[in-house]
Design a protein around this ligand. Sequence first.
Ligand SMILES: C[S@@+](CC[C@H](N)C(=O)[O-])C[C@H]1O[C@@H](n2cnc3c(N)ncnc32)[C@H](O)[C@@H]1O
Length: 279
Amino acid sequence: MPAPDRFLPSPAFRSPAFYERAEWYDRACPWDPSAEIEFLRRVTADHGLVRPRRVLEPFCGTGRLLGAWPEPYGFDLCMPMLRRARGAVFRADAARFVLKSEVFHFAFCLNDSFRHLLTEARARAHLRAVARALEPGAVYALGFDVTPAEFADISCQVTMFQANGQAWRCRVGSLGDADPATRTETIHVRIDPVAADERAKNGDTAETGPGAASHADHAVVDDLFPMRTYTSRDVEDLIDAEGSFELAAVYHGYDPSETSIEISEVERSAILILRKEQR
Ligand SMILES: C[S@@+](CC[C@H](N)C(=O)[O-])C[C@H]1O[C@@H](n2cnc3c(N)ncnc32)[C@H](O)[C@@H]1O
């Protein structure tokens, strides 16, 4: 096993309740991961990586995307998330991990995880450590949300799902407090039951099961945590200043019809294809 050489614990990390309650994280991500997996496969082929074998996923969480690779390795800081993951996973801080050099053929991190690194120093340390673990010429697919330059956007992602015989709603959104000076914003995650009258209003007449009453009046996750903000200019500056990678392509979604765009064209979601220099 190529990893880890050392585990360097992060003194300041407070794991959001959303992740500590890992079963609710999985329920709130009920979508089929095949679009993400197909996208990653296409990226590796387009960038000359023929069937990458040993693959690394920093911030792997519950390992939703790990099973797609022959030799997957993932790490995360939150133990309840890792306990649900299968495969070679270990606990590490994404800004302070040390793996053997140049052993991975491909790395990826989707789902806006990178913005958990709140300072420029930690973001750079992450890119440096991933680059060190990758073979020369390998790529890192890094997907996260880019904030419009005017900091005006307040969007909220809503996912509905069923659990314990009850309909639930997961809302993830910014409080709209993105601050260009501190480069942070507050993210609010709330998972709460959808009340019967609201479901009826929306035409949902499905029966609720025995778990419904006990869950009916409270949120199971109601959490605020900070994330770092990036404008497209901040993304370019970070990659240039850190220096391990060149920006080989940028996509804003997983659809196969998508072609690479300029980083300046990104409106919200960006998947950066970062290539480590060939020797
Ligand atoms: C939005 S989840 C994404 C999980 C997974 N990548 C996925 O696509 O479902 C973000 C993950 O980042 C982890 N995380 C946050 N800060 C971290 C850090 N400094 N080092 C390692 N993992 C961290 C959290 O514990 C959580 O599992």
